[in-house]
Design a protein around this ligand. Sequence first.
Ligand code: GUN
Length: 286
Amino acid sequence: MTARLIDGNALAASVRGELAERVFALKAQGITPGLAVILVGADPASAVYVRNKVAACEKVGMHSLKIEYPADVAQATVLGKISELNRDPAIHGILVQLPLPGHFDSELLLESIAPEKDVDGFHAENVGALMQGQPRFIPCTPYGVMKMLESAGVPLRGAEAVIVGRSNIVGKPMAMLLMAAGATVTVCHSQTRDLAFHTKRADIVVAAVGKPKMITGDMLKPGAVVVDVGINRLPDGKLCGDVDFDSAKEVAGAISPVPGGVGPMTITMLLANTLEAAERAAEEKQ
Ligand code: GUN
């Protein structure tokens, strides 16, 4: 292995230690940060993510509420619950785990969350604020990736950054953040004609396509920094990223593993956003 490992577990532990101190300070003022997580249906991956999010809250001393519905729940029921949570002063962050079952209008649901409690940063108002360079909540996964790049000391100004994936959750906000940090950003996706042409000239590659081991070492520039957002389950039950770690680590200068890379940082930044929301609410109360 030639590449340096970008250890998401270690960074997450250090950031969570700082967050726990801030939670403690806020609790001393009589405010416990609270996160509500809504899970609809029985998607096994979503169930694991939600369980991890709720457990992470408890660990840093935050209050958390897990609300589960069967896949065939009426949209109006969930909308009613969100409206109740919007008014609940004990809840500072609300998250609806995606994807939602087919009969849901996901956009409508996300827009029903009060923007000041939208800790995922998916509400149109918050998406717009990020795009204007005035973010209120940075979506958790790209936020985590930025923290990883920062902790690894990766220079961003003037860097060539290639993002593979154009989703609202990762690719698009990632592009905004890297652009704001001074990188020259290219966003590749499933229709890109020659992916390797782009990745081979990148100083930074962020892989977020959801295709196991799609980015191989021969597609990278020697010394490139590779951050792997993918979490894919192989037929043998093992997890792997969108990057072929074994070949990529021989070419890259630094690389994040899966598991133990972006995953723990996504949850950490969700905690950070929830704490931030609670601190803002506390300030407003004063
Ligand atoms: N599904 C996959 N990633 C995410 C995320 O960051 N937030 C939510 N709410 N759902 C997701």
